[in-house]
Design a protein around this ligand. Structure first.
Ligand code: ABC
Ligand code: CA
Length: 484
């Protein structure tokens, strides 16, 4: 699937080991650093749960065979410690099971995104004691950079030193060498064909030199979205610093929108924060990067969950609604819809089955409605410029609320929290995009009530603790929203 097609999808991130077991158990305990029994078969059996929220794609954990046994950080249940890139991690199932998963998704009109790692392999032990003969195919030290620990302030060190540490070391491949590049190109081409993979989440992109990526993406022939995590220095990818995105997008169009993650988390986890960082951030990033090609998220398997920062349900709703209606591809991490609250690694990697796959939970229902809004809008758009390529902007903001307009959809978000008092704001005629007397339905919040734009097209909206979505009344036809 191409990048343009992926921009119309919404993705549910699955930790394969922690989503569903083959036996369907909802009571099996999960020791947080061990394999807990999640499988491709289990996932196939619970695709209704994912599709019921309106997601059109799943991103699963890395699929290749990892180091076996226990380490000081537990087992390789997450899949990022590769040992043999030509075999599968059998804890998750067989080759046939993965083929079946892909087919099951496709028969629902859904897509498969696989996590891939090309930066390193994984070894249970220190950097200077690696037994290279364990690896397939990179089975001697000549394929790797010499061991050193990363200094994150030095871009060269980020590229050539090793992730991990001396307990579990991640031998860093010489991705600049042409033999390694051609091995990876052939590998990804075969993998995509064999399992009918539609997209890739690409691990550790900033740890590999930029010019590795165009060739790799071309060999894969499908869209890839780079991890782009957490940089402290603006010289390397991808800090909360938007300026570096534009340059990176020349090599890899799809990247995780980490700046937005920081702004949304900061703004919506704390009622005393103001909207300034978020509003300024959105405005400045617009001009510097193609935000419509980025992945939008507020949780993943590396970050503290939102609910570990605040238990306030209204704030969680605003943060989720913001990410689902912003530019780019929304990505929800399993457990977010159940308001899971794990903190730092590995505690944010809870087994989902303990929730009983509750489809009645408040956030599950919210996500379903938001995806319905987005999917309907995409399907009804006459051109990409109407929505998918329209860069969202702030049509109104004050210190605790923001009205974000994307095409004809306006989301109104606040961080006043559960106990906040409702107040009225006005989105001006010029900014609302409506003309005098037009009718707008509050499809989220406001019980489907109608607001009529005044003579100038301005909208008066009651901002409360929960998010609001305003939708042009005639466009609701056929949406399934508000009784249509
Ligand atoms: C294990 C243990 C950890 C232990 C670690 C040393 O070893 O679980 O408790 O601290 C996999 C596993 C992890 C495992 C690692 C290492 O391998 O999932 O459980 O950690 O063995 C990707 C994946 C991630 C995966 C790998 C490795 C890469 O999403 O799941 O981890 O294949 C770096 C990398 C990034 C990587 C992330 C986990 O580590 O760049 O690719 N993610 C700074 C740097 C970041 C760096 C981060 C953590 O530190 O800028 O680049 O990410 O080391 C903010 C600052 C940030 C700062 C963060 C920590 O704090 O603004 O700059 O980020 O406030
Ligand atoms: Ca590297």
């Amino acid at each position: 699937l191409s990048g343009a097609e992926w921009q119309k999808q919404s993705i549910y991130q699955i930790l394969t080991d922690r989503f569903a077991r083959t036996d369907g158990s909802t009571t099996e305990q999960c020791a947080i650093t061990s394999y807990c029994g999640g499988t491709y078969k289990g996932l196939i059996n619970h695709l209704d749960y994912v599709q019921g929220m309106g997601f059109t794609a799943v991103w699963i954990s890395p699929i290749v065979k990892n180091l076996e046994g226990d380490t000081p950080y537990g087992t390789a249940y997450h899949g990022y410690w590769a040992q043999d890139i030509y075999s599968l991690n059998e804890n998750f199932g067989t080759e046939q099971d993965l083929i079946d998963l892909s087919a099951a998704l496709h028969s629902r009109g859904m897509y498969l995104m696989v996590d891939v790692v090309t930066n390193h392999m994984g070894f249970n032990g220190c950097g200077n004691c690696v037994d290279y003969s364990l690896f397939n195919p990179f089975n001697n030290s000549g394929y790797y950079h010499p061991f050193c620990e990363i200094n994150y302030d030095d871009p060269n060190s980020v590229r050539t030193c090793w992730e991990g540490d001396n307990k579990v070391s991640l031998p860093d491949l010489r991705t600049e060498d042409s033999n390694i590049r051609s091995t990876f190109s052939a590998w990804i081409k075969d993998l995509v064909a064999k399992y009918s993979i539609d997209g890739m989440r690409i691990d550790s992109v900033k740890h590999v030199e930029k010019d590795f990526w165009p060739g790799f993406l071309e060999a894969a022939g499908i869209y890839g979205i780079g991890e782009a995590s957490l940089l402290t220095t603006s010289l390397i990818v991808l800090d909360g610093n938007p300026a570096i995105y534009g340059d990176w997008q020349k090599y890899m169009q799809g990247l995780m929108n980490y700046p937005l993650f920081y702004w949304v988390q900061q703004t919506f986890s704390n009622p005393s924060a103001t909207m300034d960082n978020l509003v300024n951030g959105i405005n400045s990033m617009k001009g510097q990067a193609d935000t419509t090609a980025l992945g939008v998220f507020i949780e993943n398997h590396d970050q503290k969950r939102f609910a570990s920062l605040t238990s306030d349900m209204s704030l969680a709703k605003n943060a989720i609604a913001f990410t689902l209606l912003f530019d780019g591809i929304p990505i929800l991490y399993q457990g977010q819809e159940q308001h899971f609250s794990g903190g730092d690694t590995p505690n944010q990697r809870e087994a989902l089955w303990t929730s009983g796959y509750n489809t009645k939970s408040e956030l599950y229902q919210l996500v379903a409605t938001l995806n319905q809004v987005r999917n309907h809008t995409l399907a009804a758009s006459n051109s990409e410029a109407d929505y998918v390529k329209y860069q969202a902007w702030s049509a109104f903001s004050d210190s605790h609320s923001i009205a974000m307009r994307k095409g004809d959809v306006i989301g109104v978000f606040s961080n006043i929290g559960n106990n906040g008092n409702t107040y009225q704001v006005t989105i001006s005629g010029g900014n609302s995009g409506y003309t005098g007397g037009e009718q707008v339905v509050q499809v989220l919040g406001g019980n489907c009530s109608v607001i009529t734009a005044d003579g100038s097209g301005a909208l008066k909206v009651n901002v409360g603790p929960d998010p609001i979505v305003l939708y042009p009344a005639p466009a609701l036809e056929g949406s399934g929203l508000c009784g249509h």
